[in-house]
Design a protein around this ligand. Structure first.
Ligand code: C2E
Ligand code: MG
Ligand code: MG
Ligand code: MG
Length: 282
C-alpha cells in the first residue's frame, strides 16, 4: 500500500517483513547497547596536500568493535542507524570524539590538523544538530575552521528552505562544509553556487581508473576546474597509486586521500603514522 520511495528494503518485501523486522529490532537494540557499552571507535585517514605531500588533516570513519561480530564496517550499520534514528546519538558521539581528537593532535603534535566528519541526512535535519556541532567545538576549544562536515549530494538535492538554513547557520559558525562522493548523485549543479560549500570530494569511482580511462580523466579534470572557478577546493578520494598522485598534481587538485597514503587507522596508529611520515613537522 505504501509507496516504495523512502521505504527501507525490509519494508518493501512484505512476505519477509515479520521475520526481518524481528532481525532489525535485534540489530537496533544491539546498536543501542553498542553506544552504551562504548563499542564504537573512530578511525582516521590522512588527507594530504597533493602538491607537497604535507599532511593537512584526517577524515573520521566510524567502526564498531562488536564482541560477537568483530570489527563491523559503517556500510553494515550506518544505514540501519539512519533508519531507526539511532544515527542522532551515534552521530553526536562521532562529532564529540572527532573534535576531541583534533584538539588532542594539536597538543601532541603542534599541528593544526583539520578533522572531517560524515553527516547523514537524518542527523543533519535533527533540530538539535547545529547546537551539537557548536557545543562540541566549544567544549574542545577547537578552531571551528578545523572542523569540516561532509554532506552528500543526496541530502542537498532535497532542496528545502530548511536545508539552506542549516547550511547557512553552520557556515556562520565558521565550520567548513564539503560535498562528499561528488558526482555520484543527480547533480543539479546549481546548488554549488547558492550554498556555502568550501570543498568538493571527488568520488573514488572516478579516481580509480583516472590513469587508464580517458573518460574518467576528463571528468576529474572538469570537476577540478569547475570547483576552482566557483572558489571551491577539491579533495580526490580513493587514491591508491603513485601514478594517480602525479595526475592529480598536474591537474591542480588541492588535496588527496586514499590507501596510497594510508588506510584508515586507529587513533594511536594515526599519531604513529604522523610521527614516522611527517617527522619534519612534529
Ligand atoms: P566516505 O565518507 O566516502 O568515506 C570514504 C570511504 O572510502 C571509507 O570507507 C574509506 O575507508 C574508503 N577508502 C579510503 N581510501 C580508499 C582507497 O584508496 N580505496 C578504496 N577502495 N577505498 C578507500 P569506510 O570507512 O568503510 O566508510 C564507508 C562510508 O560509511 C563512508 O564513505 C561514509 O559515507 C560512511 N561513514 C563512515 N563513518 C561515518 C560516520 O561517522 N557517520 C556517518 N553518518 N557515516 C559514516
Ligand atoms: Mg566522507
Ligand atoms: Mg564557509
Ligand atoms: Mg566519499
Amino acid at each position: 500500500q505504501a509507496k516504495n520511495k523512502g521505504k527501507s528494503a525490509y519494508e518493501r518485501f512484505a512476505p519477509e517483513m515479520k521475520e526481518v523486522s524481528h532481525e532489525r529490532l535485534q540489530i537496533e537494540s544491539r546498536l543501542r547497547r553498542a553506544l552504551e557499552l562504548d563499542e564504537f571507535e573512530l578511525y582516521f585517514q590522512p588527507i594530504v596536500e597533493t602538491a607537497s605531500g604535507r599532511l593537512i588533516g584526517a577524515e573520521a570513519l566510524i567502526r564498531w568493535n562488536s564482541p560477537t561480530m568483530g570489527l563491523v564496517m559503517p556500510d553494515k550499520f550506518i544505514p540501519l542507524a539512519e533508519e531507526t534514528g539511532l544515527i542522532i546519538p551515534i552521530g553526536e558521539w562521532v562529532i564529540q570524539q572527532a573534535c576531541a581528537a583534533a584538539s588532542q593532535w594539536q597538543e601532541s603534535t603542534g599541528l593544526n590538523l583539520s578533522i572531517a566528519v560524515n553527516v547523514s541526512p537524518r542527523q543533519f535535519r535533527d533540530p538539535g544538530f547545529v547546537n551539537v556541532v557548536q557545543r562540541a567545538v566549544n567544549e574542545q576549544h577547537l578552531d571551528p575552521t578545523l572542523l569540516e562536515l561532509e554532506i552528500t549530494e543526496r541530502l542537498i538535492l532535497d532542496n528545502t528552505i530548511e536545508t539552506a538554513d542549516i547550511l547557512r547557520r553552520l557556515d556562520t559558525m565558521g565550520v567548513r562544509l564539503s560535498v562528499d562522493d561528488f558526482g555520484t548523485g543527480y547533480s543539479a549543479l546549481s546548488y554549488l553556487k547558492s550554498y556555502p560549500f568550501d570543498t568538493l570530494k571527488v568520488d573514488k569511482s572516478f579516481v580509480r581508473d583516472v590513469i587508464i580511462e580517458e573518460g574518467d580523466a576528463a571528468l576529474v579534470k572538469a570537476i577540478i576546474n569547475m570547483a576552482h572557478s566557483l572558489g571551491l577546493q577539491v579533495i580526490a578520494e580513493g587514491v591508491e597509486e603513485e601514478a594517480q598522485t602525479h595526475f592529480l598534481k598536474a591537474q591542480g587538485c588541492d588535496y588527496a586521500q586514499g590507501y596510497f597514503y594510508s588506510r584508515p587507522a586507529s587513533g594511536a596508529d594515526f599519531v604513529e603514522w604522523i610521527r614516522t611520515n611527517h617527522r619534519a613537522h612534529v
